[in-house]
Ligand binder design. Structure first.
Ligand code: GDP
Length: 207
């Protein structure tokens, strides 16, 4: 299927930015993955790309908080794009000042990136939307950047709990202008929803 083909080609890290001034030039389509720290973002990026260690999971010592840019797909292909792994927000253990600096960077990037086609906002299916998530959605709505909510770790919930979380999340974003109405339940552990997410990215790029 189209989604699998998209991620079957090359994938490689090419840029890290710790500040707005350090961002790469705006070339090609960017698709960003954002979420609270520990939401399962690195695991999802690795599952999506089929690369075990493309994004560093929180177990990696010395993990830095930067925007990491990965090229996905063959250079020159109309479906090639840049995947942006954003720093996890709300990681309190590092101290208020650093959290504030990263939060500023995340919001500034989301507001000011003309080639940003979509943001996937990851939400832990056990916890649902938090205030820090709502602030990111607010920024995206104001900047008119389209986004979709991905629920992570659905393997931790029973089917009925997962359905309840999906319904609650859908109604929480119903009035948000830039939100894509469908909620994507996923699990990096079982692979649930990964093919659907790949297909969603492929459809977006084909638009
Ligand atoms: P990040 O900080 O958002 O990049 O999150 P990581 O990918 O490093 O994952 C954070 C923690 O959640 C780790 O302990 C992972 O093993 C766990 N985790 C990630 N994905 C899943 C999942 O799909 N299911 C479950 N049960 N745990 C997960």
């Amino acid at each position: 299927e189209i989604g699998r083909k998209l991620f079957a080609g090359e994938a490689g890290f090419y840029w890290a930015a710790a500040s707005l001034g350090g961002l790469p030039p705006m070339t090609g389509v960017e698709i960003a993955f954002a979420g609270r720290s520990n939401v399962g973002k690195s695991s999802l990026v690795n599952a999506l790309t089929g690369r075990r260690t493309l994004a560093r999971t929180s177990h990696t010592p010395g993990r830095t908080q930067e925007l990491n840019f990965f090229r996905i797909g063959r250079a020159g292909s109309p479906l090639a794009f840049t995947l942006v792994d954003m720093p996890g927000y709300g990681f309190a253990a590092v101290g208020k000042e650093k959290v504030a600096a990263w939060t500023d960077l995340i919001h500034a990037y989301l507001r000011g990136r003309a080639n940003l086609a979509r943001v996937y906002v990851l939400v832990d299916s056990r916890h649902g939307l938090k205030d820090t998530d709502a602030r990111v959605l607010e920024t995206l709505d104001k900047a008119a950047v389209s986004y979709q909510i991905i629920l992570t770790k659905v393997d931790e919930l029973r089917q009925s709990e997962a359905e309840g979380r999906i319904a609650a999340t859908r109604s929480a974003i119903a009035k948000r202008p830039a939100a894509f109405p469908d909620i994507l339940p996923t699990s990096s552990r079982t692979g649930a929803g990964i093919a659907e997410l790949r297909a969603a990215v492929a459809r977006l790029l084909a638009e």
